[in-house]
Each structure stands twice: as structure tokens, then as C-alpha cells.
Design a protein around this ligand. Structure first.
Ligand SMILES: [Zn+2]
Length: 330
């Protein structure tokens, strides 16, 4: 079998009504000329939703991420070999309108509830926001289960949520059990456990053109919400070794670093990977060249690559000032 290489995938676009145009204008996604687009799934192995390799020999065979997990498990996952599907989902979301207030179970709760998917922890990194944009992250201090239940029945949930005015670069970490909602006008990169276990607690009293509201899952949502967490604030970045690299999250389900790179420094070449882990690299600003990438073009703003564990450290060459995220399993 041919060796693996830095893998880029065909983005999976999702056209929900709350989407906007910034996946095209800021992240260079090909979303067509008129319609709004809500999400671009960059790395995904979730049942029928499959990332397909876009460049190199594996693209000719339309290889999916799930095939790679099934057939090249050790090469892809390194020390995490044995997983039966790729555990992380990386996407961009452009929320022109606010999303529902929701909460996700943890792995043990999802299993106890008999859900097909694991639990879900997730995180957002803000790429763009409007002055009036808000992110709802956690409950206000002292809000307990009874208070939240009362607020939902009274349709006054928002008064009990902790509100953040997001700034570009903010990283909001939402471990399973954190009540949260993405507000309107926010464009984020989202890293999450690959899972479809969402309990909708509140939908802002919205109805569709026929006067119907979307279903809520208040019982299970209240059961898995964590009342001990309180308000969630943006993560404090911690220096992570080489200059320009900071750790945003060191979680039990994923880790996330941010690289802020200036011009390439030939005296100190930067490498990603080489730790027997698979790495997800996504460019938020600028462009890079990755050693061994068979695509003819640099990986530009909005581009994502998966570096299989088995290919070892990969040289990262920034073409001018660049900001990227590096996500990996703990
Ligand atoms: Zn969520």
C-alpha cells in the first residue's frame, strides 16, 4: 500500500436556514453565488456523513475517512489505534441567526441512555463576530436545576444564561453538560467529539411560518446539564513551547493549540506531529505549505489537513503571517 500523506478532504456543506455568506467571503468555501450556507464540515467520519480525500492517490479512489480508519488504523491513529471510527469532528459554522440553547451528555450518560453516539464536548474559536453578537456559555452563578426548569417553562431561559460578547480569537470550551448557544453574527471553528447527541432546552420562543416550534428535549437536557460549572469564560492561552504556539484546551476528549506564525525562520523550522498522534490542522488566517502535501496549492485560510500519525513530523512553512489551529487527541 502507498504511504499516507497530509490529507485534505472535500468539505461537506450544510445549508440550514440560520447560515450566512461568510464561509465564502472569509473562509473561501465554494458555497455558490446566492444561497446562505451554515456549516462546512472539514473532518468527519459519522455514519453517512463522510469526508472524502481531495488530493493525491487516495482521491482517485474517493477514499473516505471511515475507510482510512478501517483499513489503515495504526498508520492513521498511532497511539490511538483501535478506535473504530474517527472520534473528532471539525467544522466551521456561520450563524447569521442565534442557535437553540442546548446541552450534550457525557459518554457515560449517552451510553446509559442507550444513545447510538458517545457524549459530546465541544469548543469554538471565534473567527468573526458583529458588535452585537453574543455567545451563551454556561449558567449564571447559582442557577440550579429547579431554577432552570422554571425559566424554561416561563420561556425566560436567556436571563439565566451566562453571556459573552465574543471577540476574534476567543476560545470557548464547552465540556459535556455545559448549557450553551451560539449567537447571531458569529463565525467559528468548532472542534467536537463526533456525536449527534444534542438536547435542545430552549429555542428562543421561535416558530416557523406555520406557527410550529421545534421540539425540545427538556427532561433529558435538565438531567445532563451541569449546575456546578457556573459561567464559562474564554480560555486563557498558555505558552506551549516554541514561540507563537499556545495551548487553548487540554481536555479529556481533545486538545487544541493555536499557532501564530510570522515569516518562516529557516534556522528554526516548525514541525507538527511526530508524537504518534494524528493532528488536525486548520488555517484561520494566512497560508502554509505542508511537507509532503500532494495538493499543488498552499493550504490557505479556511483550509484543513489531517496529518496521519504514521507520517511522523511534518514541516510547516508559513507564507507570511499565519494563524492556525492544531487539534489532537489527549
Ligand atoms: Zn452544542
Amino acid at each position: 500500500m502507498a504511504p499516507l500523506y497530509p490529507l485534505r478532504f472535500v468539505p461537506l456543506l450544510r445549508r440550514y436556514i440560520w447560515g450566512g455568506r461568510r464561509l465564502a467571503t472569509i473562509l473561501h468555501k465554494d458555497i455558490g453565488s446566492r444561497q446562505p450556507c451554515a456549516e462546512s464540515w472539514e473532518i468527519c467520519d459519522h455514519r453517512d456523513d463522510q469526508s472524502v480525500v481531495a488530493h493525491g492517490p487516495l482521491a482517485a479512489e474517493k477514499t473516505t475517512l471511515h475507510q482510512l480508519v478501517a483499513e489503515r488504523n495504526r498508520e492513521l491513529l498511532g497511539r490511538h489505534a483501535g478506535l473504530e471510527r474517527f472520534p473528532l469532528l471539525l467544522k466551521f459554522l456561520d450563524a447569521a441567526d442565534r442557535l437553540s440553547v442546548q446541552v450534550h451528555p457525557n459518554d457515560a450518560q449517552a451510553m446509559r441512555m442507550g444513545l447510538a453516539d458517545p457524549g459530546k464536548s465541544e469548543a469554538w474559536v471565534v473567527i468573526a463576530a458583529e458588535p452585537q453578537s453574543r455567545i451563551y456559555a454556561g449558567l449564571k452563578a447559582g442557577v440550579d436545576r429547579a431554577t432552570l426548569a422554571w425559566a424554561i417553562t416561563r420561556r425566560r431561559c436567556e436571563h439565566y444564561l451566562h453571556v459573552i460578547t465574543p471577540r476574534v480569537g476567543d476560545c470557548i470550551y464547552l465540556p459535556s453538560g455545559t448549557v450553551h448557544a451560539l449567537g447571531g453574527g458569529v463565525l467559528v471553528a468548532e472542534i467536537q467529539q463526533s456525536s449527534d447527541t444534542t438536547f435542545r432546552l430552549f429555542d428562543w420562543n421561535r416558530v416557523d411560518s406555520q406557527g410550529r416550534s421545534r421540539p425540545l428535549h427538556v427532561g433529558p437536557g435538565l438531567a445532563v446539564a451541569r449546575y456546578d460549572l457556573g459561567p464559562v469564560f474564554p480560555q486563557q492561552p498558555i505558552p506551549a513551547g516554541p514561540p507563537g504556539i499556545v495551548r487553548l484546551i487540554r481536555g479529556s476528549r481533545f486538545c487544541l493549540d493555536r499557532w501564530h506564525l510570522a515569516q518562516p525562520d529557516p534556522a528554526r523550522p516548525l514541525q507538527c506531529g511526530g508524537d504518534d498522534r494524528c493532528h488536525l490542522v486548520t488555517v484561520l488566517q494566512g497560508a502554509i505549505r505542508l511537507q509532503g502535501d500532494p495538493a499543488g496549492s498552499p493550504l490557505g485560510t479556511g483550509g484543513t489537513a489531517l496529518l496521519p500519525a504514521g507520517i511522523g513530523p511534518v514541516l510547516v512553512n508559513p507564507l507570511g503571517e499565519t494563524i492556525l489551529l492544531d487539534a489532537y487527541l489527549p
